[in-house]
Design a protein around this ligand. Structure first.
Ligand code: CA
Ligand code: CA
Length: 238
């Protein structure tokens, strides 16, 4: 799920690569018409920064898993020693080559940025990596037709497998809410959920169920909560 830039599809390549610095002035002078272009002038006066390969050499923490350290360094593109939201989103790829959606990335940052620095350090990354790997196993288990996405029956089986006693109606609502494609309109494909949204859907179901159970003190399946409690229950979910 962490891309290593080996098989990145064309659509995942950066839209623009930095222009190479000019070797000498002759090439520029032979094409005077381009100097009237304000964008060209800007690029000429402000040469692009050096390529990211100029990052300083970094040492792993003592006892670090070297395979994991290598993945961490690949994700930490700017070599800052920590992974920010943008770096994490660029690294996490669904099986259909889309990057993880922003809400899922924010959810993962929220779970694993335990020191609340706003970034993921190496130790935090170890937890995040294992979490993703574990969820990959779950996803593969329930993606029974190996389509790379979770469809209605598979979602029903997954949520039941986790122990949530949800009606088919509620499972369909979850499917439509987290579907990676539009679910209304003529000729639309059947709704299905990519890995990133599947993880988020399951976390939301767990969070809401936990909130309900905490409020259902006599465990009779009914709760009495006020408006603030009701709103915060939903808004705390990713
Ligand atoms: Ca970084
Ligand atoms: Ca499937």
């Amino acid at each position: 799920m962490f891309s290593r830039n080996k098989k990145r599809p064309v659509s995942q390549q950066p839209a623009q690569t930095p222009a190479k610095p000019q070797q000498n002035g002759q090439h520029l002078q032979s094409r005077p018409s381009t100097t009237s272009n304000p964008y060209y002038q800007h690029a000429h006066n402000n040469p692009p920064p050096p390529p990211p390969t100029a990052r300083p050499y970094r040492h792993p923490p003592p006892g670090a898993d070297m395979r994991l350290w290598q993945v961490f360094c690949n994700v930490d593109k700017d070599g800052s020693g920590a992974i920010d939201l943008r770096e994490l989103q660029q690294a996490l790829i669904n099986s259909n080559w889309t990057t993880f959606d922003l809400d899922t990335i924010k959810m993962l940052m929220n779970i694993f940025d335990t020191d609340r620095s706003g970034t993921i350090g190496f130790n935090e990354f170890a937890g995040l990596y294992k979490y993703i790997e574990d969820w990959q196993g779950v996803f593969r288990h329930y993606d029974q037709d190996r389509s790379g996405t979770i469809e209605e029956r598979e979602l029903f089986d997954a949520l039941n497998g986790f122990g949530y006693n949800l009606s088919p109606y509620i499972v369909r609502m979850i499917l439509h809410k987290y579907s990676s494609t539009p679910v209304t309109g003529y000729g639309m494909p059947s709704p299905s959920i990519t890995f990133d949204r599947f993880v988020r859907a399951c976390v939301v179901v767990k969070d809401l169920t936990d909130s309900f159970r905490a409020a259902d003190r006599d465990n009779d399946g009914w709760i009495q909560i006020n408006y603030d409690q009701y709103m915060s229950m939903f808004l705390k979910s990713p």
